[in-house]
Structures are given as C-alpha cells and as structure tokens.
Design a protein around this ligand. Structure first.
Ligand code: HEC
Ligand code: HEC
Length: 184
C-alpha cells in the first residue's frame, strides 16, 4: 500500500468517486430519464466539498465560485490544473487522470448552474479604498492605461461568453490572490 503525503481518506474517496470514468457511459443509458444529472451530482461531490453544492463557493473562505462561469473558461482552468499551467495540488491530484471529454462534461455541469449570489463582502477596507476600487472596476484609470474591469467582465461582472469568468461572488482574498499570481 502506498501512502501519499497528501492522501486523506476524504481525498481517497474523492479519487474513487471521480476516477471511474468508465461507468459514466453506463449512467447515460437511454430511456432512463434523469440518470445522467444524478450521476453527475454524485461524481462532482469531490468538487462540491470545496466549491459548494451548487458551485457557489464557500463562505469566509478562499474557495472560489465556479457556478455559471462559461464552460470554455472552466474547461481551460481544469486542463491547466491537470497539466500544470495552474497549480493547486489537491485539484491537480484529483484531475490527474481525467480525460478531456470528462472535463468538458464537468465544465458544462457547473456552467449550467445558477445559484444565487452571496451578499457583498466588504471586509475591513476603508470607504476610500472601496471607492478607489469601484472607480477602477467601472472606469479604469486611463492615465495609467488600466481598462475598466467591466469592459471585459460584463457590466454586472457576471462574465461574458465564451471565455471571460464572472467576478461577482468571488472572495476578495481570492481575487487578490489571482492578481498576485499573474504579477509574479
Ligand atoms: C480541496 C479543495 C478543492 C477541491 C476538492 C476542488 N477544488 Fe477547485 N479550487 C479550489 C481552490 C482553492 C481553487 C483556487 C486555486 C487557485 O488559487 O488558483 C480552485 C479553483 C478551481 C477552478 C478555477 C476557478 C476560476 O474561477 O478560475 C475551477 C474551475 C475548479 N476549481 C473546479 C473544480 C472541480 C471541477 C473540482 C472537482 C473535480 C474541484 N475544483 C475540486 C479548491 C478545490
Ligand atoms: C481586456 C479584458 C479584461 C479586462 C479589462 C479585465 N479582465 Fe480579468 N480576466 C480577463 C480574462 C480573459 C480572464 C480569464 C483568463 C483565463 O482564461 O485564465 C480574466 C480573469 C480574471 C480573474 C480570475 C477569475 C477567476 O474566476 O479565477 C480575476 C480575479 C480578474 N480577471 C480580475 C480582473 C479585475 C479586477 C480587472 C480590472 C482591474 C480585470 N480583471 C480586467 C479579461 C479581462
């Protein structure tokens, strides 16, 4: 028996739940209405333990909302986690052996979910910082050649097809983390 440093019984369960891609086809038996959605509900339990039952993200935490983001965007992220373009070991490990067509199904599943957005999370920032942030989001800063975030992420920041993710419902710490990763 191998013991992997990261392996907890939870992770092993998740791997088990996700790993048996072969039985996905069996779940799609024609004439069994609803078999596919419930099979996917089961299979993505590995994901929803961190991302919320509906992919809405978890409160007070770093785990991002994935529901309702464009399927192409989600697929690109999943292949990046799998192939090493984006690094978060617990997910890379989960996705390591999953084929593209299965990742497409998972992406479509979360893209189709539309759980309600959480209350805005204003954290501890001062009104000045909040106002400066809102200016950048809505108008950018032409003097510094910073475009408005809404120019790409949509007027309500819910994302735009085919590949731009919504920012609404993401935690401030997660957004800051992503921007820090790009900068470095
Ligand atoms: C152990 C907790 C955990 C598990 C399990 C997990 N994720 Fe994640 N997921 C995260 C975290 C944390 C991030 C953000 C990583 C980073 O900093 O880039 C993330 C990022 C993502 C992203 C990118 C989000 C974005 O908006 O760019 C997608 C898509 C995603 N996860 C889908 C999944 C799917 C599908 C599964 C199941 C196969 C899964 N995750 C399992 C914690 C988890
Ligand atoms: C020119 C278009 C454009 C502008 C302007 C833009 N973004 Fe983005 N943003 C993107 C694209 C495209 C992605 C997806 C990148 C990818 O596929 O990994 C993205 C991804 C992100 C993500 C990761 C989201 C996630 O779900 O993980 C964050 C956070 C983000 N942008 C924040 C911002 C902020 C804040 C601003 C304004 C200061 C901004 N963006 C302006 C195009 C843009």
């Amino acid at each position: 028996m191998h013991r992997r440093t990261i392996g907890s019984s939870v992770l092993l369960f998740l791997l088990y739940a996700l790993g048996s891609g072969a039985s996905l086809a069996a779940a799609e038996v024609p004439g069994v209405p609803g078999a596919m959605p419930s099979a996917m509900d089961e299979r993505v339990r590995a994901c929803t333990s961190c991302h919320g039952v509906q992919g809405q993200g978890l409160n007070n935490d770093y785990f991002p909302r994935i529901a309702g983001k464009p399927a192409d965007y989600l697929f690109n992220q999943l292949t990046a986690f799998r192939d090493g373009g984006r690094t978060y070991p617990p997910m890379g490990y989960l996705l390591a052996f999953l084929p593209d067509d299965y990742l497409r199904k998972i992406s479509q599943y979360f893209a189709d979910l539309q759980p309600p957005y959480p209350e805005a999370d204003h954290g501890n920032v001062s009104p000045e910082v909040l106002a400066a942030g809102e200016r950048l989001v809505r108008h950018g800063d032409p003097a510094r050649k910073i475009p408005a975030c809404i120019a790409c992420h949509g007027a309500r920041m819910t994302g735009t097809q085919p590949g731009i993710p919504g920012l609404l419902g993401l935690h401030a710490s997660y957004i800051a983390g992503q921007m820090g990763t790009w900068r470095s």
